[in-house]
Design a protein around this ligand. Structure first.
Ligand code: TXA
Ligand code: MG
Length: 355
């Protein structure tokens, strides 16, 4: 399947062209506030099939349906209870996906045969202009090849999907940088956090008037399909340094490991927190990609996937990182999840070193 992939700026002409492609059953990548999505007409089963082919995505991993407004929910969702209403009012448009019972209008390919559907109303002006011009709901996973890092720039989309999709709308770097938070409200049970993301779980719990969101039942793959342990993976091996939740200790392990590997002649790349810039400056042979501060996870999230892809292009032997933020709260939870899945299994430290 080779086709010519067009790249357009998101001006009136670009949006009109992209919308016509979506309506005709083609594939368009577009920026959202989280990451770039790979969109197709959500109610056209054949168009949706094209997404799975272009990404090499397994058919058991459901897609998120993007809507222009919560007013369009009845098209794809059977019932919107009080909890869903509370969350949509407060957090849409924005990086929140709700899993709700689906209508028969949604093709089974979108939901991987589940009787629920993930829906989200994005905030990015280009995504909104495209939804408006297309006039149909748009199914869109992240616009990367399966298991690769989500794209936060149009260039990342082309790296993975050039020749496999019809058009990319280039809206520059996305602002949030990690995918939406996914909450399952479809069952009789409590609201469940299926994926930490752009909106802090604490803020969602507060809006729902509960202490905290429940987690998916362990072992229930259907509850959180697509949560594959290896995901977001750079081609260069990435190792995580140090114990979780102990930034001081993790920093020591990181620099000891960087020095050990440099001494062996390895070319080492580091995902660099601003807090560590003096240590990096003292090691000029290192290749670093600068993130935010440990206490500023929003800045780090906005840069993380771009930094990973950039480091991956530098021809390095190994990538190192320490935990990027407090893993117990807010955006730190999403960062710990993404970095953990990008990294090779096992942590460095406590006398352990991996080669
Ligand atoms: O920020 C985002 O959410 C981005 C932008 C493009 O909107 N999209 C995104 O899509 O990250 P994707 O396909 O990479 O992740 C979608 C995940 C699936 O892997 C699955 O875990 C979950 O959403 N999901 C979708 N529909 C579901 C459903 N009916 N039940 C449970 N989980 C669902
Ligand atoms: Mg994805």
């Amino acid at each position: 399947m080779t086709r010519r992939t067009l790249v357009f700026p998101p001006d009136a002409q670009g949006i009109a062209r992209a919308a016509a492609i979506i309506r005709a059953g083609g594939l368009v990548a577009f920026p959202t506030e989280t990451v770039y999505g790979l969109g197709a007409h959500a109610l056209d089963a054949r168009a949706v099939q094209g997404i799975f082919e272009a990404k090499g995505r397994p058919a058991d991993d459901p897609l998120i349906v993007h809507l222009l407004s919560a007013d369009n929910l009845p098209l794809v969702v059977r019932t919107v209870g009080p909890a869903a209403q509370a969350l949509t009012r407060r957090f849409w448009p924005g990086p929140l996906t709700l899993v709700l019972p689906r209508t028969d209008a949604v093709p089974p390919a979108v939901t991987a045969g589940l009787d629920t559907v993930g829906v989200r109303v994005p905030a990015h002006p280009v995504a909104r202009a495209l939804l408006e011009a297309a006039g149909v709901p748009i199914a869109a996973p992240s616009a990367n090849l399966f298991t690769r890092t989500s794209p936060t720039r149009a260039e990342h989309v082309l790296e993975d999907l050039d020749g496999r999709i019809d058009l990319v709308l280039d809206g520059g770097l996305t602002s949030v940088g990690v995918e939406s938070t996914i909450v399952d409200l479809s069952g009789a049970g409590p609201p469940r956090l299926l994926r930490p993301g752009g909106i802090a779980a604490e803020a969602l719990a507060e809006a729902l008037g509960i202490a905290e969101l429940a987690l998916p039942t362990p072992g229930n793959r259907k509850a959180a399909p697509g949560a594959y342990p290896v995901h977001y993976a750079p081609r260069t091996r990435l190792h995580l340094a140090g114990p979780s939740g102990e930034p001081g200790r993790a920093r020591q392990v990181l620099w000891a490991e960087a020095d050990r590997r440099a001494a062996r002649g390895e070319r080492v790349g580091v995902l660099l927190l601003v807090d560590d810039r003096d240590a990096a400056a003292a090691r000029p042979a290192l290749v670093t990609a600068r993130l935010g501060a440990y206490a500023d996870p929003a800045t780090t999230a906005a840069r993380l996937f771009d930094a990973l892809r950039w480091l991956d292009r530098q021809g390095l032997d190994v990538l190192l990182a320490r935990e990027l933020a407090d893993p117990g709260s807010g955006m730190g939870r999403a960062l710990a999840d993404r970095l953990g899945r990008a990294a090779a299994q096992g942590r460095l430290g406590a006398g352990r070193s991996l080669d």
